[in-house]
Design a protein around this ligand. Structure first.
Ligand code: SF4
Ligand code: SF4
Length: 451
């Protein structure tokens, strides 16, 4: 039996898990691996950049995850149904929609490169030999063509910020002793993007906004409104700010009525979950504040979320009543509220949590192992050729028989996660340590679905 309402049920039951790949993260091999691992670990939604290449990569990973879950004889998959694909748009300047940049030729030769060390996305690289005007030009060409690391190992001749890996966290800016790192912001172009991405089978759309952007938001909404009927969920992501609650009500007035459920993503401390345990405080506090308003829609946390978020929510009694009453006997008011769908008012609990930098960092050591596996060529021409795609049937067959000797092939591409089954399932197990914090209760109650 397939539960058509599954991802929505997670929202209603307060155990919605979203993976944030990043609104400006375009590193296709990493996106593919993250989506694959977290889908198999039981994620409900994956949030990716509104970029057709990123969408195609994520969809391919989801298709593969579905095949693997269905053929997983050892029951290592925790996937209940195919996660939804969400893309993000912005209505104005927003740190999620920017890239760092600097000219490596201008770096003092004796700089200890703190930028390289602090970058959580390994987006800053330096060639073994000092950068020259020629290597800088080659690098700019690669960036312009968006081929630097999207489908190949990083070229060893280049130095600078790899645009597809940078997701705009801004941590490199303050550590540069000569302040030569800047950011380039961009605004999504919804009139072009909306038809492209929504026709590509996207399930959900997230709009990033902030207090004071009301007119920009209104303009953006008018552009995408004709496409909203194709969506299963609309999310609005907003950080805290003076007048936040009035602003959210004003947004609600603009978008009402909606043909699908609404999710408020409360962005506590953007892109900081991997910095430390305390990063989660702002998101929890913000979620609490918004829950108290009674706005219609679900509330989900993001921005600073990490392994400490769910314990904190539990301690504050902000999770679904199931967590307070595991025997399953809800009081009548709680039952009425959770059974109403879509809810006529905001549920009095946090519907879920989205994890970005923490979820990515959790898997980084494993994905790095994959990156360093068999790469035979560093030739630039070879490295930008199209990635080799294995038929899904071949992949799933090889995973069912992991001991079969692998065919020796020459390749210039990094390995795909499914080609190293032991790494894949380690990644799934690790990802599940995060997913299961939210789903530990409900998974045991649910009937496993046929995918
Ligand atoms: S902004 Fe963040 S992700 Fe981008 S290069 Fe700087 S540290 Fe790395
Ligand atoms: S910290 Fe600044 S000067 Fe030093 S290597 Fe990085 S960008 Fe160059």
């Amino acid at each position: 039996m397939t539960d058509l309402y599954y991802p929505l049920r997670s929202l209603r039951e307060g155990d919605w898990f979203k993976l944030i790949c990043g609104a400006s993260f375009q590193h296709l091999p990493a996106i593919r691996s993250l989506v694959l691992a977290y889908a198999l670990a039981g994620a409900d939604c994956v949030d990716i950049a509104a970029d057709p290449a990123v969408i195609a990569t994520a969809r391919e990973a989801l298709r593969l995850a579905s095949e693997l879950a269905a053929s997983d004889d050892l029951a290592r998959s925790h996937m209940q149904a195919l996660p939804w694909l969400m893309v993000s748009l912005n209505d104005g300047e927003d740190p999620h929609f920017r890239k760092a940049e600097f000219d490596p030729i201008a770096c003092p030769p004796d700089c200890p490169r703190p930028c390289e060390m602090i970058c959580p996305a390994q987006a800053i690289v330096f060639a073994p030999s000092p950068p020259t005007a020629d290597s800088a030009t080659a690098f700019r060409v690669m960036q312009r063509n968006q081929v630097s690391a999207s489908c190949s190992p990083v070229d060893e001749r280049v130095s600078g910020v790899l645009g597809d890996r940078c997701y705009g966290c801004g941590r490199c800016l303050p550590v540069c002793p000569v302040q030569q790192i800047s950011t380039r912001s961009y605004l999504s172009t919804p009139a072009v993007i909306a038809p492209l991405v929504l026709q590509a089978g996207v399930d959900a759309l997230e709009i990033h906004t902030q207090v004071g952007h009301l007119e920009d938001f209104r303009r953006l909404w008018q552009t995408i409104a004709p496409w909203v009927c194709n969506l299963k969920l609309v999310a609005i992501s907003c950080p805290d700010g003076d007048g936040l609650l009035d602003y959210l009500w004003a947004l609600y007035d603009i978008i009402s009525p909606l043909p699908c459920p609404l999710l408020w993503q409360m962005d506590g401390r953007p892109m900081s979950g991997d910095i430390g345990v305390g990063a989660t405080r702002a998101a929890v506090k913000l979620g609490q504040k918004v829950l108290a308003t009674g706005l219609p829609g679900y509330v989900q946390l993001a921005g600073g979320t990490n392994h400490h978020t769910v314990p904190k929510l539990k301690a504050l009694g902000l999770l679904h009543p199931h967590w307070r009453n595991p025997a399953g006997t809800l009081d009548s008011a709680e039952t009425r509220q959770s059974d109403t769908f879509p809810p006529s008012r905001m549920p009095a609990y946090i519907a879920g949590v989205a994890y970005g930098s923490y979820a990515r960092t959790l898997l980084t050591p494993l994905l790095n192992q994959l990156d360093t596996s068999v790469m035979e060529s560093s030739d630039l021409e070879q490295s930008v050729s199209a990635p080799r795609l294995l038929p899904l049937t071949q992949v799933t067959a090889s995973l069912r028989s992991p001991t079969e000797p692998k065919q020796a092939t020459r390749r210039s591409q990094p390995l795909r996660l499914e080609e190293r089954p032991e790494l894949l399932w380690q990644a799934v197990t690790l990802a599940h340590t995060l997913v299961s914090q939210l789903k530990a209760f409900n998974v045991s109650q649910r009937t496993r679905l046929n995918l």
